[in-house]
Design a protein around this ligand. Structure first.
Ligand code: G4P
Length: 538
């Protein structure tokens, strides 16, 4: 009898656990700056009941690369910690939105965030179409086979022909597309979208700005003319016929396999098309997916807790320097104060104040499930990519460093503060702010970034958080590539011949510093046995 009761209890527990995991939707909204990511995020939070009025969430982006703007972000950083992850309940689902920095100089931060999500929504400006940042981010999604939904925003403005846009999306983002809503006109004449997924007409009242009047009317009925002009109705019918003829039916499997992206049209600013997007998203987007570790594939429903740190954010309060390490739970259940194994340190740790994030608030979390993101207070314990488990020695994959675009020698500007500088540089690199290489020829330290702004950030933070000053000196470099070869002799010969250009990264891996694209091409053609990699993971 006791046994039966125990078995029943275990079964109920397992079912509850699976239900918890299945209802989670962990994703990121990505976009080229200004396409409307912040506006859309905010509207999602409105629907999730996390904020009551639009305008409550401040964007933590910086539009220009001037230092004055950097100071501005510094002030905002206090909130950027809490807006790094936003979670809310919607219908039966638990939605976790991971914020990504808009500025291109922080694109690597976005790449890392993409390792912690199960799907993404890409926002595209209806007038501008696919822009550089969209293209780059999509490359990462393709590489990781992340399911993608596209939201074409700003339909309340004059934009491009939707069919042309779909062609561009397909071509530029190299993915099949399937519209699940269709705009009725645009700009001042924008009347709404036909919701293809639900087969309903969603009307837009420009004067009201927020209300979407939903009517169920068939596209071929005369009733349609009660809502939109005859010319618009005619156009809509023709367009939908063409959509049906040209694009294959929506197939969830294809979406989940990242072979096809559903496309929605709308206007985030006027709150139009957002609920339709969210309703469809929670239904079709994947629940937490398995995560690849070097040792094995980790499934979310496994009983034991595992997770990895994908982001570390400093809280810039001069009186209270602290960091938050963001940990994605890959399997099992995390519990406050339970002992967990920090694989790199080979040490057991307990976390008494882990946090979860609700729009602008942080709350202490007692337990969290696979798919969730928790914030762990950190004072130098964590490094990007660190793994926590219940004892298993696991190393999660997929947190590559990319070859930087800009390089500078970093020098100590205050001989009395050598130690502070070394510690500061060490910790900022652990946070993934930039990459450090040590030239093997002259022993000098080189910092590599993807943009000028990161150098300013490093200098500012070293001064403010570590009381250390640094000076930048120019170094003419084009690319840093990680090298390897099946032949030890070939590798040794290469390193001997290129000794002035050889460096080590922080993991002690060999890096070749090419000073021009010509030099790189020559090296590639002269040393056929050497493989040159532009990301640290290969
Ligand atoms: P981002 O996070 O992707 O960089 O974009 P964000 O949401 O900040 O939007 C960029 C600009 O585009 C903002 O205007 C925003 O109001 C506007 N916008 C967003 N969605 C829509 C839309 O659907 N229609 C129209 N017409 N505009 C939209 P801003 O003037 O740069 O900023 P603000 O002063 O309005 O905050």
């Amino acid at each position: 009898m006791f046994c039966e009761a125990t078995t029943l209890y275990i079964e109920i527990y397992i079912m509850a656990k699976i239900r918890e995991i299945e209802r989670r939707r962990t994703f990121a909204i990505i976009a080229h700056p200004d396409a409307g990511k912040t506006t859309l995020t905010e509207k999602f939070l409105l629907f999730g009941g996390q904020i009551q009025v639009a305008g409550a969430v401040k964007s933590n982006k910086i539009k220009k690369t001037a230092t004055s703007d950097w100071m501005e972000i510094e002030k905002q950083r206090g909130i950027s910690v809490t807006t790094s992850v936003m979670e809310f309940d919607y219908k039966d689902f638990k939605v976790n939105i991971l914020d990504t920095p808009g500025h291109q100089d922080f694109v690597e931060d976005t790449f890392r965030t993409l390792t912690a999500v199960d799907s993404v929504i890409i926002v595209v400006d209806g007038a501008r179409g696919v822009e550089t940042q969209t293209r780059k981010l999509m490359e990462v999604c393709r590489m990781r086979k992340t399911p993608v939904i596209i939201f074409v925003n700003k339909m309340d403005r004059e934009g491009r022909d939707p069919f042309d846009l779909l062609d561009e999306l397909e071509e530029e983002l190299q993915i099949g597309v399937r519209p699940l809503s269709w705009p009725i006109d645009q700009g001042a004449r924008f009347r709404g979208v036909y919701n293809i997924y639900e087969d309903k007409l969603d009307l837009y009242q420009p004067s009201k700005q927020v209300v979407t009047e939903k009517v169920e009317v068939r596209v071929d009925s005369d009733e349609l003319l009660n809502y939109i002009e005859e010319g618009q109705a005619q156009q809509l019918r023709e367009d939908l016929e063409l959509v049906g003829g040209v694009y294959p039916d929506f197939n969830r499997e294809e979406y989940l396999n990242a072979e096809m992206a559903p496309v929605f049209f709308g206007s985030a600013l006027t709150n139009f098309g957002v609920k339709e997007l969210l309703d469809c998203f929670v239904e079709i987007a994947p629940s937490p997916l398995p995560t690849k570790a070097e040792e094995r594939l980790v499934k979310p429903e496994e009983p034991k807790f595992t997770g990895f740190v994908f982001k570390i954010t400093a809280n810039i309060d001069p009186n209270h320097r602290s960091c938050v390490a963001f940990c994605k739970i890959c399997s099992g259940k995390f519990e406050r104060n339970a002992p967990y194994y920090h694989v790199r340190h080979d040490k057991t740790m307990r976390f008494s104040s882990p946090t979860q994030f609700m729009a602008q608030r942080k709350t202490t979390v007692e337990e969290a499930w696979a798919g969730d993101i928790i914030g762990l207070p950190d004072n130098g314990t964590f490094k990007i990519g660190d793994t926590l488990t219940e004892g298993e020695k696991l190393h999660f994959k997929g947190l590559p460093s990319f070859s930087p675009e800009m390089f500078k020698y970093i020098e100590n500007a205050d001989p009395m503060k050598q130690k502070q500088l070394a510690k500061g540089v060490e910790q900022l690199m652990d946070e993934g702010v930039a990459q450090l290489f040590v030239n093997q020829f002259n022993g000098r330290k080189i910092i590599g970034t993807v943009g000028q702004l990161q150098f300013e950030v490093i200098q500012y933070r070293l001064q403010n958080e570590y009381n250390a000053s640094c000076r930048w000196e120019p170094v003419r470099l084009y690319k840093a590539c990680w090298i390897e070869s099946d032949s030890k002799e070939a590798l040794d010969e290469f390193k001997k011949r290129k000794y002035q250009f050889m460096a080590k990264d922080r993991e002690g891996r060999d890096v070749f510093l090419a000073d021009s694209s010509y030099m790189l091409q020559m090296a590639q053609s002269d040393f056929k046995e050497i493989k040159f990699h532009f990301t640290s993971e290969f």
